[in-house]
Design a binder for this molecule. Structure first.
Ligand code: G3H
Ligand code: ZN
Length: 280
């Protein structure tokens, strides 16, 4: 199976009554491990790369890696390639040109009116290509850069109606006590999440999945949650495979064998996450 369209994956999730796991990639081995894990989970999902990580590789390289892995693994579950925390209109255009099938534009650091303007522009463009757009309202804490910009603040439920009406975006990333990275403890504000869900006309996205107890994700499913992002957990699994081997033996330089082990560990972690967040 080839990559599928983001709207189709959203329909699939609704039809099956599941929440879609979404995993951040950076390089080939992470990509292969994520695709393998999604296939082994028997459930569809997202693979994504953030604008920041595109500094390492062009959108076309990412598309080619994902497509190669899907073909090599005979994938038969629906998978979408998503731009995560899209930083600019140029990145959005480059990703669509390369073959991404879903887009996030993150203008949440801007004042509300400017966030709306930016998202509206991207949504109009993406919808022309029938590609869904995720936007962020409020600011998700956790990362030092974000905190240095003083951009932490929960989503204001009173802004949701206007934001969605004016931007026409298709998924909404919320800040409800979820945090990026592993340095800070998440503390989900379920009341706020419910309040947002009650006024939102689109499904919600939870960023910062790493560190959120599976019980909390399952509880959040009742609030029209469609997608949960996982980055740090997989990176830790990946890097620790190499770290542990090196600690054990400073002459452990067998990159091929260690990469295979890392792919296995990543794919197992993907299965665990997909199963746990969807447990009844
Ligand atoms: O956009 C990416 C995610 O929100 C990843 O967050 O590294 O805390 O899992 P995480
Ligand atoms: Zn995020």
């Amino acid at each position: 199976m080839n990559l599928i369209n983001g709207f189709k994956l959203m329909e699939y999730a609704k039809g099956k009554g599941i929440v879609l796991p979404c995993f951040n990639t950076t390089n080939y081995e992470l990509t292969y491990g994520i695709i393998k894990g999604l296939q082994n989970s028997g459930r569809g999902g997202y693979i994504q790369i953030s604008s920041n990580n595109l500094e390492l590789s062009s959108p076309q390289i990412i598309v080619d890696m994902v497509r190669f892995a899907m073909k090599d693994l005979n994938v038969d579950v629906p998978i979408v390639l998503h731009l995560d925390h899209g930083k600019s209109f140029d990145d959005v255009k480059a990703c669509i040109d390369a073959g991404f099938t879903s887009i996030m534009i993150d203008a949440s650091h801007l004042p509300l009116e400017e966030n709306i303007e930016e998202v509206k522009k991207v949504t109009e463009y993406c919808h022309y290509f029938n590609i869904p757009v995720e936007a962020e309202l409020g600011a998700i804490g956790g990362k030092e850069e974000a905190e240095a910009l003083n951009k932490e603040g929960k989503t204001n439920s009173e802004d949701v109606g206007l934001f969605l009406e004016q931007t026409n975006c298709d998924l909404l990333a919320v800040s409800v006590g979820n945090v990026h990275g592993l340095a800070k403890e998440p503390n989900i504000d379920f009341e706020l999440l419910k309040e947002i869900a009650s006024v939102s006309t689109v499904p919600l996205v939870l960023h910062g999945g790493s560190g959120i107890p599976f019980d909390d994700v399952r509880k959040a499913r009742g609030s029209n949650l469609i997608k949960v992002n996982y980055g740090s957990d997989l990176r830790k699994v990946f890097i620790s495979t190499f770290g542990k081997a090196y600690e054990k033996n400073h002459n452990a330089f067998d990159v091929k064998s260690l990469s295979k082990l890392a792919i296995k560990a990543v794919s197992e972690s993907v299965v665990t996450i997909s199963n746990n967040i969807n447990q009844k």
